[in-house]
Design a protein. Structure first.
Length: 100
């Protein structure tokens, strides 16, 4: 999702911000099989502060929802290893996502 908005985790890390994983949840509803074409929908439920939570839905090609998941990340200063807010440029590229 971040890449589709014109950035990447690599770019965040290059600006001195790391994104360690705080929490992962996954709810399997059905299996995926080799050669299944899957669609993954990723959303952010709220503007990032010192944390950012991605929600995922995974669909099989026929539209069947087979998995829901979420990942919570923290913004952390790579020099001090302390929690921090996201860089302003990152907030600027995320903001339009919430204005839809």
């Amino acid at each position: 999702m971040i890449r589709s908005l014109g950035s990447s985790n690599h770019e965040l890390e290059g600006s001195g911000v790391m994104l360690p994983v705080l929490k992962v949840e996954s709810n399997y509803r059905n299996s995926a099989y080799y050669d299944d074409l899957l669609t993954v929908r990723v959303t952010l439920s709220r503007m990032p502060t010192v944390k950012m939570k991605f929600d995922y839905e995974v669909y099989r090609e026929n539209g069947e929802l087979i998995n829901t998941a979420s990942v919570t990340l923290a913004f952390m200063n790579s020099t001090t290893s302390k929690a921090c807010r996201p860089p302003g440029w990152f907030v600027d590229i995320i903001k339009p996502y919430f204005e839809k």
